[in-house]
Design a protein around this ligand. Structure first.
Ligand SMILES: Cc1cc2nc3c(=O)[nH]c(=O)nc-3n(C[C@H](O)[C@H](O)[C@H](O)COP(=O)(O)OP(=O)(O)OC[C@H]3O[C@@H](n4cnc5c(N)ncnc54)[C@H](O)[C@@H]3O)c2cc1C
Length: 375
């Protein structure tokens, strides 16, 4: 480890500098692996816009010591609106962040730990040659023994390696609009510390919509299971035309419009021949809420820990089970149960409202694991 090799040869190549890739690269470099991150975009606070609500639990903000001056807004509560007019409130501290700023913060941690970043250098192809992967990138070729595929839901790495893709019922198509307005207007219409989620079978059959306030911007989002959509723009507009939403968006200006996919079911494999699927590339996302940032970060860490354990015990044939055991032990078992529960929750408006009323007082994982919907 860490010995000087051919300039483009590394122990580990991480493809993608999102939260999953950056944490994998940080943990790898800290533990002495020569690590290279290939990222197709520029990683900067003004870098590529990433469609994301950017909601984080406060525990995560504290755990990574994320600076308050980089937070878009501190949140104290969640308002859950059903379109038939019923409302539910959930208390809980969190933060809403801009992903370019957040991703840059995590990327800097990886670089400080010794990882090498190749930005604006996308993976184009990957082949497995005698225990080494060869990666063709836009600029140059690279080699590594291990590959972390952290390049998101449409992972080119896994596509080129011919891993199976997601089922259509496991993909949510989202549309995000960033609407610029004033802080006072946000405070008066949405509250100064509240995010809003909107549910209802005739609004969105399997999914939900949201208004997430940042300092002077409202992130307007909508997501529905892709195979149930007939006209996404029209369905998105149906949400935006709700009186509550119109009121919040009056006099605001569109700054960004972006569609993006969220995987809400796992890939059928998460590991094969020294390649690990991390974060969205593996579908490691909460199937009910679409929350993926913390799971991407944890899966990046567990992938590297699996390599360390396999090497230490001289059991490289066990890397996949070490990885999946760590995921399962920590959260994957719950995400799998949530994937099953999701079908029931979104089956009828009655079920949805029962879930929302339970969610006021319980974590969604408690509702699912304690089978509170059945009581
Ligand atoms: C609309 C929307 C709202 C969301 N809201 C939330 C939320 O509020 N809270 C939450 O926790 N989660 C949310 N999520 C989910 C969250 O965004 C993802 O789960 C998270 O970004 C996954 O991180 P990742 O590192 O796996 O992948 P990504 O963040 O997708 O990062 C992948 C990286 O790989 C790079 N890349 C892609 N292809 C290549 C290539 N060929 N070569 C090199 N690099 C490449 C990309 O440029 C990107 O930087 C939301 C998602 C969407 C779409």
């Amino acid at each position: 480890m860490n010995e000087v090799k051919n300039m483009n040869e590394f122990d580990i190549i991480v493809v993608g500098a999102g939260p999953g890739g950056s944490i994998a690269a940080k943990v790898a470099a800290e533990n002495g692996y020569t690590t290279c991150i290939l990222e197709k975009e520029t990683v900067s606070e003004n870098g590529r816009y990433k469609a994301c609500g950017g909601a984080l639990a406060w525990e995560l903000v504290e755990e990574i010591d994320y600076p308050e001056n980089k937070i878009g807004r501190i949140i104290e509560s969640l308002e859950l609106h059903h379109v038939d007019g019923s409302n539910y409130s959930k208390k809980g501290k969190g933060a809403v962040v801009w992903r370019s700023t957040f991703d840059k913060f995590l990327m800097d941690m990886a670089i400080e730990s010794g990882a090498h970043l190749e930005e604006k250098n996308a993976l184009i192809n990957i082949t497995n040659n005698h225990d080494m992967y060869k990666i063709e990138a836009q600029e140059g070729s690279f080699q590594a023994k291990y590959v972390i595929a952290a390049d998101g839901v449409s992972s080119e790495t896994l596509k080129k390696l011919q891993w199976p893709y997601f089922q259509s019922e496991d993909l949510i198509l989202t549309i995000t609009k960033e609407m610029s307005t004033s802080k006072t207007h946000i405070d008066n219409t949405l509250g100064n510390d509240t995010v809003h989620l909107f549910f209802g079978k005739n609004l969105i059959p399997v999914g939900y919509a949201w208004l997430f306030p940042k300092e002077k911007t409202i992130t307007v989002g909508w997501g529905n299971q892709i195979n149930l959509i007939t006209n996404s723009r029209k369905e998105f507009d149906q949400f935006v035309n709700l009186e509550y939403v119109q009121n919040a968006l009056v006099n605001s200006e569109l700054s960004i419009f972006k569609p993006h996919l969220i995987p809400v079911g796992l890939r059928s494999i998460l590991y094969n021949e020294r390649v690990f699927a991390v974060g969205d590339a593996g579908g490691i996302v909460d199937p009910i809420s679409g929350k993926g940032i913390p799971y991407a970060m944890m899966s990046g860490k567990f992938a590297i820990e699996a390599i360390m354990k396999g090497e230490k015990r001289d059991k490289l044939d066990k890397l996949g089970s070490y990885y999946e055991q760590a995921l399962d032990r920590n959260f994957l078992r719950i995400l799998k149960a949530k994937r099953v529960a999701r079908d029931t929750i979104f089956q009828t408006d009655e079920n949805l409202k029962k879930f929302l009323s339970l969610w006021e007082n319980y974590r969604s994982s408690e509702i699912v694991m304690k089978k509170l919907m059945d009581k």
